[in-house]
Design a binder for this molecule. Structure first.
Ligand code: GRF
Length: 218
């Protein structure tokens, strides 16, 4: 289907990529994935992309002398594919400031916490260590500061008394797979406006609001 031309950048499992693939196959979604880029040759998500018949590209950071050269290779692949919106989905390389500025407001990320809390790595272990009662995930526009940028959609999940990192991660993942496609759909439908550091959503219905803040994970 036509619409907004998406690139999805991955390094690993690609379960969010899968959620986006499934969403783009729904009629009226308003976006299509035109390229999947991985910096890891053995990323499981590359297989998901190939199975869905998507075009894939491996751009290994190790093959480049500098971060700028790596970023330029990614930029070139995105331009060649005439990408409108870049979705980072478990992409484990930090992109340089120049790249982020070049793709400003066309580059989004999903992070497994309720930002601005718990930026960075090992989020679920730190959430448990902090004794937080609620966690969740965030889809946001990317800015040069890591895990910062205008928030598009968030979803909350409870942290349960006997949670392990794996259990909490699985619960957060389930809602990631709901909100990443939702954020892309909102952008594709022109319902997302960036005002300074904030996103304003237009036409959000009660049903959307339930998805944005699920009462309970199923
Ligand atoms: C997700 O938890 C996402 O929030 C984080 O990296 C993980 C990627 O998981 N940025 P997957 O590769 O999409 O399964």
């Amino acid at each position: 289907m036509a619409g907004l031309r998406l690139a999805v950048l991955i390094s690993g499992q690609g379960s969010n990529l899968q959620a986006l693939i499934d969403a783009t196959q729904r009629a009226g979604f308003g976006a299509e994935i035109v390229i999947v880029i991985s910096n890891q040759p053995n990323a499981y998500g590359l297989g998901r992309a190939r199975k869905a018949g998507l075009s894939t590209k491996l751009i290994e950071h190790r093959a480049f002398a500098s971060r700028d050269a790596f970023d330029d290779a990614i930029d070139g692949a995105l331009r060649d594919a005439r990408v409108d919106l870049v979705c980072l989905a478990g992409f484990m390389r930090v992109l340089g400031d120049a790249f982020v500025e070049r793709w400003r407001d066309r580059l989004i990320n999903i992070h497994p916490s309720l930002l601005p809390a718990f930026k960075g790595l090992d989020v679920h272990a730190r959430v448990l260590a902090a004794g937080a009662r609620i966690s969740g995930c965030t889809v946001h526009y990317v800015r040069p500061e890591v895990d910062a940028g205008p928030i598009i959609v968030q979803a909350a999940v409870p942290v349960l008394p006997d949670d392990t990192v794996d259990a909490l991660q699985a619960r957060v993942h389930r809602v990631e797979h709901v909100i990443y496609p939702l954020a892309v759909e909102l952008i594709a439908k022109g319902r997302v406006r960036i005002e300074g550091d904030l996103v304003r959503l237009s036409g959000v219905t009660t049903e959307d609001a339930r998805l944005i803040s699920p009462a309970r994970p199923s």
